[in-house]
Write a protein that binds this ligand. Structure first.
Ligand SMILES: Nc1ncnc2c1ncn2[C@@H]1O[C@H](COP(=O)(O)OP(=O)(O)OP(=O)(O)O)[C@@H](O)[C@H]1O
Length: 365
């Protein structure tokens, strides 16, 4: 899958740009705060109908402007896809594929697979359990619409159950809700388990390459449902739930434990190890989505080399330079990393180099 060109109007600090991209490597170099991440975020927006950073669309419109617009052409499995998005302050956004409005934005998710690695993603490694659940859910939801729907249903039922526990805790009603939640919880649990089992060996291979086999890594899926069926768990914990006035068991308490050399990385890992872990996870996500969707995702690498030693930087450059990764968009403040990457690619590989300055994106002279 290839993003061929993009037109941007008033997206954050980018006033107006019309850019054509290389099928392979697109590099954006600029100082801090110039607009490199904003450009990658515009590309992210076109795949997910939202920014990676701000849930409020108004924040994505350039200050003092009323509207923003993103328009792009993609080559997807031999077809050209025209995607258009417009947002006006205080009104609904429009999102179109080939001039047709989507009824629901969720219909668009999965059409243009994309994996982004950005500094803020380190929260997957060091943040709370919720961050890691979000990480799994966002990947599975990209290819499994039933999963996404069941997740929404589960959360609605969970809210109802918690409300009941708080205000009128009748045991028969609680049991009815638990029964409705049980099938959904089992489905989500099985899908998460399957996902972790599939992604772990791919992740380990990437981590070993990045760290030159320096430290063993593994991922553990910890779920209360490892110990038993949802109905049994809720029955067993009913007294506790009545005291706490919320549901203390279920897939909403699941966690992924990221292990490095036998210990949780979030407690003991160095900054470089955490960064390496994140990059290996995201590259594994890339392989996973590629296999499931049959499309090669676009890879966005935002300032990924910070905190890594020269050996790890080189290993990552070697890895992502492999043809396997297809079209890449990479930002850096340091042209040295980009030059090293260009050296790694064969001479015939087409690449485009851009300079980003105060929201303006120009060809690098
Ligand atoms: N809605 C908006 N309107 C105008 N400017 C905005 C808007 N939102 C963010 N900005 C500006 O965008 C700039 C940040 O751009 P961006 O995050 O893309 O930087 P960057 O080039 O990736 O920098 P770094 O290397 O530090 O990550 C800031 O100057 C910020 O004020």
């Amino acid at each position: 899958m290839i993003l061929q060109n993009i037109s941007i109007l008033n997206y954050k600090n980018i006033a107006e740009e019309n850019l054509k991209f290389s099928n392979r490597l697109n590099c954006f170099i600029g100082k801090n705060g110039e607009g490199k991440t904003n450009l990658l975020d515009a590309i992210f927006y076109l795949s997910f109908c939202k920014s990676n950073y701000s849930s409020s669309d108004a924040n994505n419109i350039k200050h003092d402007e009323e509207t923003m617009m993103l328009k792009a052409e993609y080559e997807v499995q031999g077809n050209t896809e025209h995607i258009h998005c417009g947002v006006k302050r205080q009104s609904k956004k429009t999102f179109k594929r080939n001039n047709k409005d989507y009824k629901r934005f969720s219909e668009h998710i999965g059409l243009l697979p994309l994996v982004m690695i950005a500094p803020a993603d380190i929260s997957i490694i060091i943040g709370g359990n919720e961050e890691r659940r979000k990480f799994i859910d966002s990947i599975i939801s990209q290819y499994d619409k039933v999963y996404l729907q069941k997740l929404v249903n589960y959360n609605n039922l969970l809210q109802q159950r918690n409300k009941l526990l708080k205000h009128q805790p009748q045991e028969d009603l609680l049991l009815v809700l638990s029964e409705q939640m049980a099938g959904i919880a089992n489905y989500i649990y099985e899908k998460r388990l399957e996902f972790v089992e599939k992604i772990t060996p791919i992740f380990q291979e990437y981590y070993n390459k990045i760290s030159a086999n320096k430290e063993p890594v593994s991922i553990e899926y910890s779920s209360q449902m490892n110990a038993g069926d949802f109905i049994e768990l809720t029955k067993h914990n009913l007294t506790k739930d009545l005291v706490l006035k919320h549901t203390s068991v279920g897939i909403h308490r699941d966690n992924l434990e990221f292990i490095l050399s036998g210990y949780p990385i979030r407690k003991e890992g160095s900054q470089g190890q955490k960064k390496s872990y994140l990059i290996a996870l995201k590259l594994a996500q890339f392989d996973f989505i590629k296999e499931i969707s049959g499309k090669r995702p676009i890879l966005l690498l935002d300032d990924i080399f910070d905190k890594l030693d020269t050996q790890r930087v080189q290993q990552i450059i070697n890895l992502v330079s492999e043809i396997h990764f297809g079209q890449i968009f990479i930002t850096d403040t340091d042209k040295g990393h980009i030059d090293a990457m260009l050296e790694e690619l064969d001479l015939d590989t087409e690449s485009s180099l851009f300079k980003v300055e105060n929201g303006k994106i120009t060809s690098y002279a």
